[in-house]
Design a binder for this molecule. Structure first.
Ligand SMILES: Cc1ncc(COP(=O)(O)O)c(C=O)c1O
Length: 446
């Protein structure tokens, strides 16, 4: 298939002299977790990244429209971020929080300044799963309650707590883990009972949370947790006012509200710095990871002084959380987002891509739905628009043909039927044109 040309980019990747993709695959198969999955029939080996682009071992360039699964927020190997990490690595790599260190304290102040309301106390961990685990502990310790409401179609991590909260059979092992966790109906306006044409959809979906509290718990709950847009579930955007109504029900039942901002934070939604702000709510606990560190193993939980005080009943310790290097990198990410106005860019380029995807939907029947905010977008593929039968084989095929043309995309949804776009927020207009052109050609073939 004829591929359009990638936008020009003044950067020469270093020559790669390491093992071949075939050799790496062999090593992976022999020595790594056999459950690891690969995206493409002919596995792609990435050895270098710069800004919104990735390079394979042969020096071929790809537009990265997945961003390391929503993790590369400001661009691959951003010089400011690299320099901050390098400088700190040369001075001190680790000491733990039993000693004072300026980075963790200054970074906490900087992160707290980005939060609304009374969300001012930061805890640093190493991943999103760990952040959600800690968020649950806080909620249970603070409220004295046990039951937790999460949503179907959610993803919150792969550890015991994350798996309990997650509601996707793909990611759940058949072992005991979900104690006290109940899953409410996913507020999905495309597949759910109430669509975008219903102005009360948010209210209706929220009523299921109230019903769940009344029927599945003692009437008192510890927490409600939700992603502000369901990412792994296929970029599901909740109807307006959904979280507002839910938060009222949950707080009336003695619970606190947790926003999982692992994918939606740090300006990615374009209109707001945090995804929950698009629903006009202020949570009691916010969990973060991925884009917070632009690739550093950094996660955070931010909460109110009142909730944090409960957790001081015992010692809560984390060896690596808030390590000097990741804090330096996290602080640099915050600076770059502001200095380079990446939130505004996510809004502008996100709108351009969204409009282009709507045009593709008008042209290709395979696209059942276009949705998302800023640079967190998705298109759900269906075999038939009336039955909405998921088109997973076609989705995998589109991913393959796009890769052949130099575009790397993500996949989500219960059946792997939704294409996900979450590129670094430094994406340019020409990249968006390229992305849409490649998709159009790919849909024409598929
Ligand atoms: C919304 C959300 N929460 C939590 C997690 C878990 O994060 P981690 O993989 O860093 O443990 C993920 C990971 O994909 C996620 O998308």
């Amino acid at each position: 298939m004829q591929a359009p040309e990638l936008p020009s980019f003044d950067y020469q990747p270093q020559p790669y002299h390491g093992p071949s993709a075939e050799e790496v695959l062999r090593l992976r198969r022999q020595f790594l977790n056999p459950g690891l999955f690969l995206y493409y029939k002919q596995p792609l080996m990435i050895v270098e990244g710069k800004a919104q682009y990735l390079f394979d071992g042969h020096g071929r360039r790809y537009l990265d429209a997945l961003g390391g699964i929503v993790t590369i927020s400001v661009g691959h190997c951003h010089p400011t971020v690299v320099e901050a990490a390098r400088r700190q690595s040369e001075l001190l790599q680790h000491a733990t929080t039993i000693y004072l260190h300026p980075n963790i304290a200054e970074y906490a102040e900087k992160l707290a300044a980005k939060m609304p309301g009374d969300l001012k106390v930061c805890y640093f961990v190493n991943s999103g799963s760990e952040a959600n685990d800690l968020g649950l502990l806080m909620a249970r310790a603070y409220t004295g309650n046990y039951d937790v409401i999460a949503l179907r179609n959610s993803y919150h991590g792969g550890n015991a707590a994350g798996m309990a909260l997650t509601a996707h059979r793909t990611w759940k092992f058949n072992v005991p883990h979900s104690f006290g966790v109940h899953h409410a109906i996913a507020p999905d306006p495309y597949r759910g009972a109430w669509g975008r044409d219903d102005p009360l959809a948010g209210h209706h979906y929220a009523a299921d949370v109230k019903s769940l509290i009344d029927h599945a718990t003692s009437g008192q709950v510890a927490a409600f947790i939700a992603e502000s847009i369901q990412g792994v579930g296929g970029c599901v955007v909740f109807p307006d006012n959904y979280l507002k109504h839910v938060y009222e029900h949950v707080r009336a039942a003695g619970g606190v509200c947790i926003a999982d901002e692992v994918q939606t934070g740090f300006g990615r939604t374009g209109t707001h710095y945090w995804g929950f702000e698009t629903q006009d709510v202020v949570p009691d606990i916010v969990t973060m990871a991925k884009g917070i560190g632009n690739g550093a193993p950094l996660g955070a939980v931010v909460t109110t002084p009142k909730i944090a005080a409960t957790l001081a009943q015992r010692i809560h310790f984390n060896t690596f959380g808030g390590n000097p290097i990741v804090c330096a990198q996290g602080a640099a990410v915050l600076d770059v987002i502001d200095r380079e106005k990446l939130q505004a860019n996510a809004l502008k380029i996100g709108k351009q891509i969204f409009a282009g995807l709507e045009r593709l939907k008008a042209k290709h029947n395979l696209i059942g739905d276009v949705r998302g905010k800023g640079l967190l977008l998705g298109i759900e593929l269906v075999k038939d628009r009336a039955t909405k039968e998921p088109a997973m084989t076609e989705c995998a095929h589109v991913l393959e043909t796009c890769r052949d043309m130099g575009l790397l995309l993500g996949k989500g949804g219960l059946y792997g039927q939704t294409i996900r776009f979450s590129p670094p927020m430094c994406l340019h207009q020409q990249d968006a044109d390229f992305l849409l052109d490649v998709l159009d050609r790919s849909f024409t073939v598929v």
